[in-house]
Design a protein around this ligand. Structure first.
Ligand SMILES: [Zn+2]
Length: 109
């Protein structure tokens, strides 16, 4: 029957993984242990606010044992720049760590 609502029914948005009442359509794509010493999970989702003309965004969530899950919506167009910046920052961090370790070795020679 049209108009009948089942609170546990799957969302009408085809790609949405959420069920029941929700304010954001969401598809869970990846979950990566990203924190120091394996603490915390970084989630990557597709997300779209349930409102007219909302665009589909990329959502990053951070889940840790000591705080509630934090999430942020990125405009899809900005994500490649963010990903490139993250990759560059990670390369620099790895280089700086390598330099530090080489310096550590110098102290012993
Ligand atoms: Zn949905």
């Amino acid at each position: 029957m049209i108009g009948a609502k089942d609170r546990n029914a799957a969302c009408q948005v085809k790609w949405c993984d959420e069920t029941g009442t929700h304010t954001v359509h969401r598809k869970y794509l990846a979950s990566v242990p990203g924190g120091i010493r394996g603490a915390g999970l970084v989630g990557v989702n597709l997300a779209q606010r349930v409102q007219p003309r909302a665009s589909v965004c990329v959502e990053l969530t951070v889940t840790t044992p000591w705080a509630s899950t934090a999430g942020y919506l990125f405009a899809a167009a900005s994500v490649p720049d963010i990903a490139a910046a993250l990759t560059e920052a990670a390369e620099r961090a790895t280089e700086l760590d390598a330099v530090r370790h080489r310096n550590d070795e110098c102290h012993y020679s």
